[in-house]
Write a protein that binds this ligand. Structure first.
Ligand code: PLP
Length: 379
């Protein structure tokens, strides 16, 4: 089947066609070599393979899966989501300006704040889901606009097409962290974003056993992308071969997992929304969610696996619910096959997050086991 006609589930399940060409194995071999042979004339036997820090065959294979899923010009894999995010942020020149969505994953915010302070970069944190705020921020020149769709932990939805136009009009590039959506549900480059970033540690791998990050671009010739390539090359932030192989394997079931996780999440969101122990549910799949209509036009096939809830009764009540759960595990992170819950305020007390906020990452378990667990804990 030609590359164009394949759907995301096929691209992922087939590892974008990666096989073991030396044995005809259906599964590609891991390529752990850090260095590569030269012939007697000192020419590289395989010109694309010189040294492991430049590139690696297994890494290339997983990058190709993501490149095709995103509809990107190119993709590069990094040893963590933060390594990918920081490689892009480091392209912003000293004295430049970053417009960052407020209330997003705290690791990205902390990196941006530290980097901006060190480099004399102006950092403006704005609620980009309010287009008027983004419009205002984009009245002055900027280098980078960074948004998260949907955002973690508030599940806010920003209009990517409008954000791309505003970013471009003020001279910036737009990067979308789409970790909570996966490329199955959301393809930001289609809406005009220049870059899309994922913590592949989350749903793309899906088994809570690999740290990885991905960056993809719309235009390989863009100077910012060239700077990202240079940064990965010089700084040596390449994903390890074993991790790349596991990621390739995990990603084979991505479409199936995302379908089940999203269906479970939607059902739980509806039931929690109707429960009198819950003050508010934040999930873009709920019709009552402020970003629902926009999410419906940007996402396809579901609204993702992440949601947050406010428990009635404050800090104690939320901590009590979290402590009583038996199927949901109390742990940070998201996107694995197992459902996780996190009391964000305990983990991040310095933040201004409400003390009764619980973040749920919904896995692929049976919906009735998940619901029974939550209902029981809420009693
Ligand atoms: N972006 C989002 C939305 C995240 O939730 C995370 C991690 O939780 C990251 C980026 C960072 O990814 P990693 O933990 O793989 O460095």
């Amino acid at each position: 089947m030609s590359e164009k006609k394949q759907h995301p589930a096929t691209i992922a399940a087939r590892g974008a066609g990666a096989t073991d060409t030396s044995t005809a194995g259906i599964v590609p071999a891991i390529s752990p070599s850090t260095t590569f042979l030269r012939d007697t004339d000192y020419d590289l036997i395989q010109p694309q393979n010189s040294y492991g820090r430049d590139h690696n065959e297994t890494v290339r294979q997983v990058e190709e899966v993501i490149r095709r899923l995103e509809g990107a010009a190119a993709t590069r894999a990094f040893p963590s989501g933060m390594a990918a995010a920081s490689a892009l942020m480091r392209t912003v020149r000293s004295g430049g300006r970053i417009v960052l969505q407020s209330g997003i994953y705290h690791g990205v915010t902390s990196f941006a704040r530290g980097y901006a302070a060190r480099r004399g970069i102006t950092l403006d944190e704005v609620d980009t889901s309010q287009i008027s705020e983004l419009e205002y921020a984009c009245k002055s020149t900027a280098d980078l606009v960074w948004i998260e769709v949907p955002s973690n932990p508030w599940l806010k939805t920003t209009d990517i097409a409008i954000a791309a136009k505003l970013a471009h009009d003020c001279g910036a590039v737009l990067c979308v962290d789409a970790t909570a959506a996966t490329p199955i549900l959301l393809r930001p480059l289609r809406f005009g974003a220049d870059f899309v970033m994922h913590s592949a540690t989350k749903a793309i791998n899906g088994h809570s056993d690999v740290l990885a990050g991905l960056l993809s671009c719309a235009d390989e010739t863009h100077t910012v992308w060239q700077a990202v390539l240079e940064d990965r090359h010089r700084a040596g932030a390449i994903l390890g071969a074993f991790e790349a192989w596991l990621l390739l394997r995990g990603a084979r079931t991505l479409a199936l997992r995302v379908e089940r996780m999203s269906a479970n999440a939607l059902e739980l969101a509806r039931r929690l929304d109707a429960h009198n122990g819950i003050e508010q549910v934040f999930y873009p799949g709920l019709e009552s969610h402020v970003g629902h209509n926009l999410a419906k036009t940007q996402m396809r096939g579901g609204f993702g696996y992440l949601m947050s809830v406010l428990v009635k009764g404050g800090h104690e009540a939320a901590a009590h619910v979290a402590s009583r759960l038996e199927v949901f595990e109390r742990a940070t992170s998201l996107g694995g096959v197992e459902s996780l819950i996190e009391h964000r305020h305990i983990v991040e007390p310095q933040s201004d997050l409400p003390e009764n906020l619980l973040r749920l990452s919904v896995g692929i378990e049976d919906i009735e086991d998940l619901w029974g667990d939550l209902r029981n804990a809420l009693e």
